[in-house]
Design a protein around this ligand. Structure first.
Ligand code: F6R
Length: 599
């Protein structure tokens, strides 16, 4: 996620804002910038790359500044796309986290303004230029944010304004108070060495910071936000109080997925807008979609295959990228190759994509990383917008990949006439319900931890599920083995009896996906098979009375067949707590790297 830090006070702002940016580095970023206001002047320093690459002056007289680390969602990482963004006069500067859904419409209304970036953010300073009379920046910000659709945390400074104005909707912002000034930031890590006295802004808040005061308004009325003292150490603050990045990222899923779908769904008409350039005629004539990916991304591909075949009526194959050989047996001109890769840098996936491209197939990269090699080399690209993932084990990006692929399914299905508006609306309604359903699972974290601890010393684990539950079983097993170093295998439920059942004993727990979308009643037959060999069974289930026949059961809320994606969050938590119980190096498991750039 992008990071924001702002300071106004009695001290020199530049070193404080610059060190705040360094403190936010852990969030991941591809560019950075600072704006400093002093005596009617605004100076902006920004560039693509590391904070250390920023060409900052040795000193600067300003005591009021805002800074930003950017993780791209609109527009490539570049100097021009870096924040802060300014208006035409260069006197108003803005940093932003989140996505402004209606930025194109707003930009069209600002046709007499000169835009210098491809970002959604830049509409904000230009809108402020229209509204701000040089006197009341707070009211101007209130007026502008009322025009924005989407999510944002904003910090604004202006050349002639002595302070910072900040606003939030669906993107966190925290205020910090110290003797010689006040802070605003996307998280407390940014200013922890200066103060632990904080107040968290709420959605709809607009805060005005000066060197000696902070006032907050909501819907135009003055409100108080409770001051608290945080006792986090810098390290735990980076993880928002979680013990590991993996746990933080598991818990971030609702927010990440809201970002994934933001501005892309038209539930009423059953349409999506992925800003793809795929010609209608081409999509109609496509005979096969080939998904190429590795590891967790491969599992997301397996999930998507079922969705594409069911809703978009298109033959879909999923190939492990390192095994991908474009045989030419299929018609490359009628094949769309979708490369799924969180990093966009996985060597095996890039190679498969290049092979497909050389054979004449059209390629689409589905990635988390703007400007990555996959994004640059593919014919088309769609971003999953999950924000940076620091833990080596992919968690929130799996959910965001599947969610984005569900949207792609709607786009393909609608274009090919295979999916009616009504069915698409229902599917999108369910997609919109994913963040809330995942939140319900996260709320059960403690009970999952207790079950995980109970089984942490088992010999081996088996995961079973059918249909959409099958890729989730593979993913559950992968998660467990990579971070706990225990043996785990995932199967289509029906496959267990064809060999592996020989390994099932009372010491090998079985984790079963027993939800809609996973052919629960058939999987239940497989549960009986393992139970009769003495294996304890833990279920993520939407079946009634599941607790009466399972050793442990976790309820998955209804979601029109998409339940297995939600069930997966139980498996992530299970893996996490087993590994934690065993004292493993969860964020950096042995022998593994976050981005595998060798074949
Ligand atoms: C597992 C994991 C890996 C990656 C795989 C592909 O938790 O993270 O299996 O999914 O290395 O990486 P990307 O998606 O970056 O291509």
């Amino acid at each position: 996620m992008c990071g924001i830090v702002g300071y106004v006070g009695e001290s020199n702002a530049l070193p404080i804002v610059a060190s705040g940016l360094k403190n936010l580095e852990y969030r991941g970023y591809d560019s950075a910038g600072v704006a400093l206001s002093t005596d009617g002047r605004l100076d902006v320093f920004k560039s693509e790359g590391e904070i250390d690459d920023l060409e900052l002056p040795e000193s600067h007289p300003s005591t009021c500044g805002i800074g930003h680390t950017r993780w791209s969602t609109h527009g490539e990482p570049s100097d021009a796309n870096s924040h802060p963004h300014t208006d035409c006069t260069g006197d108003i500067s803005v940093v932003h986290n989140g996505i402004i859904d209606n930025y194109e419409a707003l930009k069209n209304e600002l046709s007499d303004h000169e835009f210098t970036s491809e970002t959604d953010t830049e509409v904000v300073p230009h809108l402020l230029e229209e509204t701000y009379d040089g006197d009341d920046l707070v009211s101007a910000v209130e007026h502008v944010v009322a025009q924005l659709d989407g999510s944002f945390a904003l910090a604004v400074t202006a050349a002639d304004h002595d302070g910072i104005v900040a606003a939030r909707r669906d993107s966190p912002l925290v205020l910090g108070f110290c003797d010689d000034g006040n802070f605003v930031a996307s998280d407390v890590t940014a200013f922890l060495e200066h103060t632990r006295e904080v107040a968290f802004l709420e959605d709809g808040d607009v805060a005005a910071l000066t060197d000696d005061s902070v006032t907050v308004r909501s819907a135009g009325e003055r409100v108080e936000r409770e001051r608290q003292t945080v006792d986090w150490e810098a390290d735990s603050a980076e993880k928002a109080g979680y013990e590991h990045y993996m746990l933080k990222e598991i818990h971030e899923q609702p927010q990440a997925l809201r970002q994934t779908i933001s501005g892309r769904l038209d539930v009423v008409n059953g349409e999506v807008d992925l800003e793809l350039d795929l010609p209608e005629q081409y999509l109609q004539s496509v005979e096969e979609i080939q998904i190429v990916a590795c590891g967790t991304s491969y599992h997301a591909g397996l999930y998507a295959r079922r969705l594409l075949e069911e809703h978009a009526d298109v033959r879909t194959s999923v190939e492990i990228a390192s095994e991908y050989e474009f045989t030419g047996g299929r018609d490359p001109w009628r094949t769309l190759v979708v490369a799924v890769s969180q990093s966009g840098e996985t060597a095996d996936t890039l190679r498969a994509m290049r092979t497909a491209s050389a054979a004449g197939a059209r390629t689409l990269a589905l990635t988390n990383t703007v400007g990555s090699t996959a994004a640059r080399e593919a014919d088309d690209v769609v971003y999953i917008r999950a924000g940076p993932e620091i833990g080596v084990a992919a968690t929130k990006t799996f959910a965001a990949q599947v969610t984005t692929l569900a949207l792609l399914t709607v786009e393909v299905g609608r274009t090919r006439g295979a999916l009616s508006g009504d069915r698409a609306s229902t599917l999108l309604e369910n997609v919109r319900g994913i963040p809330g359903a995942i939140q319900q699972v996260l709320d059960a974290d403690e009970s999952i931890r207790d079950v995980a601890r109970e089984y942490a010393d088992s010999d081996a684990f088996f995961f079973i599920g059918r249909k959409l539950g099958m890729p989730v079983s593979l993913e559950g097993a992968l998660k467990l083995k990579e971070i706990s170093y225990l043996h785990a295998e995932g199967f289509a439920g029906g496959e267990l009896k064809h060999g592996t059942l020989a390994l099932v004993t009372e010491d090998t727990p079985v984790l079963a996906v027993l939800t809609d979308g996973a052919n629960a009643s058939e999987t239940l037959r497989n549960v009986k098979e393992v139970e009769s060999r003495g294996a304890p069974v833990v279920g993520a289930s939407s079946l009634e009375n599941a607790e009466s026949f399972l050793d442990a059961s976790f309820t998955v809320p209804e979601l029109g067949g998409l339940e297995p994606l939600v069930a997966n969050v139980y498996l992530q938590l299970f893996a996490y707590h087993v590994a934690d119980e065993l004292g493993r190096n969860i964020d950096k498991p042995r022998n593994l790297a976050k981005s595998v750039t060798v074949e």
